[in-house]
Design a protein around this ligand. Sequence first.
Ligand code: MF3
Ligand code: CO
Length: 277
Amino acid sequence: MLDRMKGPILKSRDEIAVMDRANRVVLEILEIMREMVKPGVTTAQMNAVAEEELAKRGAKSPFKGYAPMGLPPYPAVVCSSVNDVIVHGIPSRAKLQEGDIVGLDFGSILDGFVGDGAVTVAVGKVPPRTEELIRTTKECLDRAIEQMVPGNHLGDIGAAVQEHAESRGFHVIRNFVGHGIGRRMHEDPQVYNYGKRGRGLELREGMVLAIEPMLCEIGPKLRSRLQRAGRDGMVDDVRTDADRWTARTLDGTMAAHFEHSIAITADGPKVLGKAVA
Ligand code: MF3
Ligand code: CO
């Protein structure tokens, strides 16, 4: 998914300040979309609003037209991933229904830097296990962020996500990863949502990473693949629609996704775009 690069590109304080503004745009517009979520609304409507709001803020979309690895250009400014869609759902005219969940993944480009973030939202009332999936995925992101201090390793981030997800009986999607972010949406390193503490690249001040845990409920197909692979084995846990973007769980079970772009600073992790209290 990532172009080959030489390693993380460290950002200065000034660059982190610009990225903070790019991500403020992301979080503001995610909030506008979150408030639109209700039965009867379409993800195409949310995408149209998001596109207008980007323009109002003088920002561009890093998603629209994005075409990695010979994929067809992504056609929208938002990825809207309903129910068993893990990520990269394309906005459509289908109406959201009570009981659905929708992942909203959104990016901006402002003054040459990219912001990237995602939330998952319930449409009306959803079953308790689905609520737990959304809550746990958000908690995985929060726990990952706590690990983002100089001297820790990428494996500390992955392990924090994996341990929490599995303690609640959920599966961490292996086929997608987080990433470095800066002037480009996808920079080195890849950030796995599983791993071992103390392993992998050492984290340094000036790194900016988009952390994006994706979790799903475990169905029979996934369970049998996991059993064959063993705890650390690689498992193919995604099936992709004919549109080549929409990525679904193997069993049609629910999936959730949260994402922030975070800078590693001497004072600890700085969640970009977020107002500090
Ligand atoms: N936010 C996604 C990521 O982190 C990017 C969406 S893919 C796109 O990889 F095509 F919509 F851009
Ligand atoms: Co991302």
